[in-house]
Ligand binder design. Structure first.
Ligand code: SF4
Ligand code: SF4
Length: 320
């Protein structure tokens, strides 16, 4: 690893917190956590289940700190299926050595396939066999993206693999989730939410979470709808009828009321843009229901479809 000064950790923590719209107090925790990760007090193992690797691509699009700094100067990433040169039997050996030594966090991307273990292999072996040991020994587990958190696209109605999210898999194997598992949903996960979660856990321990969804409050407390720049249109019942119109996008299929995350604050690609600012409805990519049911509205127009998925009581964002 290339040396990194205390000043650089403070700068990285501050930029990370600022990007997420969090306080200076959280920035100090991030800085502390990044330093501990750099000092290899905790190493990071990344595994993939049923996934498109989109969350890995998103991770590599992190902005402040950037991917080169993260990978070569801050996080000690022991193995990543796409980035590491190590593969096959050698990868299994590396992972087993890490598990026997302990002192690591697991980042898991994609869903688990208990109904078809051979759908996901590592070194010719079903990943699920290895995963149980890895999950049991990890000091913290971060489910990166909606597939890992809730099953996501692989768990869509009619799938043949029995795909589930990590929480369900861990509970089925009697592996404790309390104060260990953190869900960072999103399709894909936002890189700042993922890096921020890892840095926070390393810096201060398990953060405050939604008790049902296990999503960190600092990134997932409010709905997109709560903080949407078009919310004033919603309040006035001023709805866009066509793409490109002024107005709230609800009648064009927006599911912002169902998606709890901080897109309006941090946006994407280093704050360049995000779905609603680009005029596209939110498809609720952080929702536990995201694309699971055939009836889940996905760019479908009209309030009739929304009634299937959304009721005012579903708004969990507590502005108090
Ligand atoms: S429905 Fe969508 S566009 Fe309208 S205010 Fe809510 S999040 Fe914004
Ligand atoms: S605006 Fe909605 S669909 Fe777009 S990234 Fe955010 S939560 Fe996902």
């Amino acid at each position: 690893m290339i040396p990194c000064s205390r000043r650089e950790f403070l700068r990285a923590g501050t930029l990370l917190a600022a990007g997420l719209g969090l306080s200076q107090g959280v920035a100090s925790v991030f800085a502390q956590g990044l330093q501990r990760l750099f000092e290899r007090q905790k190493r990071v193992l990344w595994l993939q289940g049923l996934s498109c690797s989109g969350c890995s691509v998103s991770f590599l699009n992190c902005n402040e700190p950037g991917p080169l700094d993260i990978l070569t100067r801050m996080i000690s990433l022991v193995f990543h299926p796409n980035i590491s040169a190590t593969q096959g039997a050698q990868a299994i050996e590396t992972i087993q050595k890490l598990v026997s030594e302990g002192g690591y966090y697991l980042v898991f991307e994609g869903a688990v396939a208990p109904g078809m273990p051979e759908a996901c292999l590592l070194g010719g072996r079903p990943l699920n066999d290895l995963l149980v040991d890895v999950l049991q020994r990890a000091d913290a587990v971060v489910a990166a993206g909606s597939c890992a958190a809730f099953g996501g696209i692989p768990a869509g109605e009619g799938n043949a693999t029995g795909a589930v999210g990590l929480a369900e898999f861990m509970r089925s194997k009697n592996i404790p989730t309390e104060k260990r598992l953190l869900n960072c949903p999103g399709c894909p996960v936002h890189p700042d939410s993922l890096v921020g979660t890892l840095a926070y856990v390393a810096g201060k321990g398990y953060p405050s979470v939604n008790p049902e969804l296990l999503t960190p409050d600092m990134m997932y407390k409010h709905s997109v709808h709560d903080d949407c720049p078009r919310f004033h249109y919603w309040q006035k019942n001023a709805f866009a009828e066509q793409f490109g119109d002024e107005g709230c996008l609800f009648k064009l299929g927006c599911l912002g009321p169902l998606s709890h995350t901080n897109c309006p604050q941090r946006q994407w690609n280093g704050g360049v843009n995000w779905c609603i600012r680009a005029g596209a409805p939110c498809i609720a990519c952080t929702s536990p229901d995201f694309v699971k049911r055939r009836a889940f509205p996905f760019y479908r127009k009209g309030e009739a479809y929304h009634a299937v998925a959304y009721q005012e009581k579903d708004r969990k964002g507590d502005k108090s």
